[in-house]
Design a protein around this ligand. Structure first.
Ligand code: DNO
Length: 393
């Protein structure tokens, strides 16, 4: 398996030398300054590639091999009047990426909100900080701040009760933080930042779109982009929903094995693939991760490896990479079995996904989930596990 690292570009406070020292050799990046719906040019991609690949003489080489993400505009997810034009722009961006020799592209199809957390500095017993998704804090936002009609029916009584208590004790600063954590998006997000009013407007635009319709829209998108990807030699990797269930009444259609099966059945083109994100899929107890890895092995073109610890009400926090609720060793065994079947160009790239804020990073400002040391620790643990499994195979 190929060891990769997400790097946000020249403004990332984790440097390319940090990446080299962590031992990753491939870079996952995107032109984050271009908003969803904007077109990427060959020149802009080439400029980023030079920064990544033309390091100082004698330095360990790094290669930009994966784009995460070319954002899919909401217009496409809703399949509004401008959807076809927006897909043409997306395809042009894909062509610009492919022209620069980058052949793996990650994207998601979550309406309105990309990955979502309610707490970005959740203290762990060892003094480090983790990301957390608290169902009752989401309900606080949804029922009491957003005041979404019908929201309370989406939560069981005990979550509603906890949300009511949280709201009663919520000061303005804390309320603003919750709105920002949920609506402003996290690093690498593919959604546009929204305040509560903006969120209401966005939700209204999805009023008539249920899961079946959203799936049809995704299939229509794939039917258009997969042949183009295939002819460019590009592999597309759809990132799972995070968390893998409807949020704020919005449907989600990349949450479980059956969702992916429906997409592979509808668009069997080999360019149509999956980003196997153990953290996202692992937030649902119903997802058997080793079984999903085995079932879709041949379609897994990129892996995000991290682990969550789930709580009964749907809340979860990000645990150490090998110590969440998923059996990471069993997952690695499946991925390595697939990896052995592949020739070198298409070995599975993975990145240590997210990490705790720990040690010296506690004194720095870090991108939520993307501090250096927490990810370095995750990569080191995963690399050790992979070595051990490889030598035992
Ligand atoms: C979060 C990431 C997501 C992911 C997108 C893929 O850490 O996994 O932002 O990049 O959903 O398009």
């Amino acid at each position: 398996m190929r060891q990769a690292w997400r790097w946000y570009g020249p403004h990332d406070n984790v440097s390319l030398d940090d990446v080299r020292q962590a031992g990753a050799t491939e870079i996952v990046s995107a032109l984050h300054a271009i908003p969803p719906g904007g077109e990427w040019t060959r020149e802009a991609v080439a400029a980023r590639k030079r920064i990544i690949e033309e390091g100082p003489a004698g330095r360990t080489p790094l290669k930009w091999t994966i784009v995460e993400s070319i954002p899919v505009a909401d217009e496409v997810k809703r399949f509004g009047k401008q959807a076809k034009a927006a897909i043409d722009v997306w395809t042009a961006s894909m062509e610009a990426v492919a022209a620069n020799g980058i052949k793996t592209i990650c994207y998601n199809f979550m309406p309105v909100l990309d990955w979502t957390r309610t707490d970005l500095d959740w203290p762990l017993p060892n003094g480090a900080k983790a990301l957390r998704f608290d169902e009752a804090r989401l309900a606080t936002y949804d029922i009491h701040i957003l005041k979404r009609p019908g929201a309370d029916q989406d939560y069981p009584p005990e979550v509603r009760e906890r949300a009511r208590k949280i709201f009663e004790g919520l000061g303005q600063t804390e309320a603003d933080r919750l709105v920002a954590n949920i609506g402003a998006g996290l690093p690498g997000t593919t959604s546009e930042p929204v305040d509560a009013a903006g969120m209401r407007e966005k939700l209204a635009q999805y009023g008539k779109i249920d899961a079946a319709q959203l799936r049809r829209n995704l299939i229509e998108f794939l039917e258009r982009i997969a042949p183009a990807a295939e002819s460019l030699g590009v592999r597309l990797t759809l990132h799972p929903d995070d968390p893998p269930r409807p949020l704020l009444g919005l449907p989600r259609v990349a949450s479980k094995a059956e969702d992916y099966q429906a997409l592979f059945d509808a668009v069997p083109n080999p360019a149509n693939g999956m980003c196997f994100c153990t953290g996202s899929l692992g937030a649902s107890a119903a997802n058997d991760l080793p079984a999903i890895a085995r079932r879709f092995a041949a379609r897994i073109y990129f892996a995000h490896l991290r682990a969550v610890k789930r709580e009964p009400d749907g809340s979860f926090y990000e645990a150490d990479h090998l110590d969440g609720d998923c059996d990471m060793i069993a997952v690695l065994r499946e991925l390595l079995a697939e990896d052995r079947r592949r020739d070198s160009e298409w070995k599975i790239p993975f990145r240590p996904d997210h990490g705790h804020v720990m040690l010296d990073d506690l004194r720095k400002k870090t991108n939520p989930g993307y501090s250096a040391i927490g990810r370095l620790k995750g990569l080191a643990e995963l690399r050790g596990a992979i070595r051990a499994l490889e030598s035992a195979a």
